[in-house]
Design a protein around this ligand. Structure first.
Ligand code: HEC
Length: 111
């Protein structure tokens, strides 16, 4: 019984994260919009809508988390390497793939 309780307590936070899908729009506005523009059309950073928003999911994740673009080239500063950073609301924890996917899905809905 004790072991069961420990298992439940350990799984509980995961279950909560899974129950609430990440909000791609909020994550984008808080962490990306200042460089890539409010509508993903570009600013100091390149436009993402109609470009990286259409990349394969794995390529988009790699660009955001590891700083490597679709051609295999390293992305230059000031594009952050998010794998070694954290989204504002994540309090120091590196972004998850689910969060990055949610941002791409949000960008995909923008025209
Ligand atoms: C401080 C400014 C800045 C922030 C914040 C930023 N980026 Fe970037 N991003 C850039 C710049 C500049 C480039 C271009 C780098 C290069 O060409 O080498 C870039 C490139 C990219 C690329 C590759 C685009 C392409 O066509 O090659 C993707 C994808 C990307 N950023 C996604 C994001 C996402 C998603 C976020 C938020 C989680 C974000 N960026 C936050 C500045 C930023």
């Amino acid at each position: 019984m004790k072991r069961m309780l420990i298992a439940i307590t350990m799984l509980w936070p995961c279950a909560q994260v899974m129950a609430v899908p990440p909000d791609g729009k909020a994550l984008y506005q808080e962490n990306c919009a200042r460089c890539h523009g409010q509508n993903g059309k570009g600013d100091t950073g390149p436009k993402l809508v109609g470009d990286a928003s259409e990349w394969k999911r794995e390529l988009f994740e790699r660009a955001v988390l590891k700083g490597i673009d679709d051609q295999g080239k390293p992305l230059k500063s000031p594009m952050p390497h998010w794998g070694a950073a954290s989204f504002k609301t994540d309090k120091g924890i590196a972004p998850s793939k689910a969060e990055v996917d949610a941002i791409q899905r949000y960008l995909h809905t923008l025209k």
